[in-house]
Design a protein around this ligand. Structure first.
Ligand SMILES: C[S@@+](CC[C@H](N)C(=O)[O-])C[C@H]1O[C@@H](n2cnc3c(N)ncnc32)[C@H](O)[C@@H]1O
Length: 257
């Protein structure tokens, strides 16, 4: 067993022991190793709250351990405007925390052959997990940042997984693939875009992180009805996601002086 396989197995066991990874999703986590989706340059907290670039080549073993820790990993800062060598201000893309990913997949209740729309492709890891359950032809994922979407397409192809990756504003959903059985956002909203409701079939589910400028976040699960409305409830209040771009609130200035 390689180091990566051993670390993945350990992470999966930890998630299962904590009751957040079900037997239904365990095969997907085994088949879609997280480190394949983690870029060579990641952004970690320097200890003072500022994201700082760390390169895989400088310490490959530490990079691999980070890939299999139950933590989110910053994969882009400042919308890509800060060079890979320095310190950033704000993490603007990440690979989400494994235990949050597995809980969200559980809440989403995806079945094989369901049509799924993901908003916020990021690294493509969650899209790959969804593809393992629903099938590549059934999963569409939308990413607003062209460079991130391009990288995800490449990574997914290298991993042998083939969801449709769309570069665009996920607030608009993706009408050509509608209607969807499931819509999942991996960026937080203050207002659920109505396009997501319109593009979900009656009885279908929408799962999204929801937050306000004053509160880090919760997960809301909505069921769409035949009247073009959706209703539901909060299912979790322990998450903290980055914002959907157009719904960002002002960020504190954490750049070191
Ligand atoms: C937490 S990351 C996604 C993690 C990802 N699902 C994964 O598995 O790696 C959130 C992503 O949402 C993207 N995003 C933000 N606003 C968006 C929008 N309006 N439409 C599509 N993607 C958006 C960000 O660029 C970022 O890559």
């Amino acid at each position: 067993m390689s180091d990566a396989e051993a670390l993945n197995q350990q992470l999966i066991d930890e998630l299962a022991d904590a009751g957040v990874l079900s037997d239904r999703w365990r095969p997907a986590f085994l088949a879609v190793p997280r480190h394949l989706f983690v870029p060579d340059v990641i952004w970690v907290d320097a200890g003072d709250g500022t994201p700082t670039a760390r390169r895989r080549e400088d310490d490959p073993a530490a990079w691999l351990e980070t890939a299999y820790a139950d933590e989110p990993i910053g994969t882009q800062v400042d919308d890509g405007t800060t060079p890979d060598t320095g310190r950033g201000l704000l993490v603007t893309s990440s690979i989400s925390k494994p235990s949050i990913v597995s809980r969200m997949l559980h809440y989403l209740q995806v079945e094989p052959d369901m049509r799924v729309l993901e908003i916020g492709t990021g690294t493509g890891w969650n899209a790959a997990l969804l593809t393992h359950m629903a099938g590549g032809q059934n999963v569409t994922t939308v990413e607003i940042d062209a460079a991130i979407a391009d990288r995800a397409r490449k990574t997914l192809a290298e991993a042998g997984v083939s969801p449709t990756v769309v570069t665009g504003d996920g607030a608009d959903g993706y009408p050509p693939g509608a209607p969807y059985d499931r819509v999942i956002a991996t960026a937080a909203v203050q207002h659920v875009p109505y396009a997501w409701v319109e593009q979900t079939r009656p009885g279908g589910l929408i799962l999204t992180p929801w937050a306000t400028a004053f509160d880090e976040g919760a997960l809301v699960l909505l069921t769409v009805d035949e009247h073009g409305t959706a209703h539901g409830r909060f299912v979790d209040n322990t998450v903290a996601f980055m914002w959907l771009r157009a719904q960002r609130t002002p960020a504190p200035n954490r750049r070191p002086t």
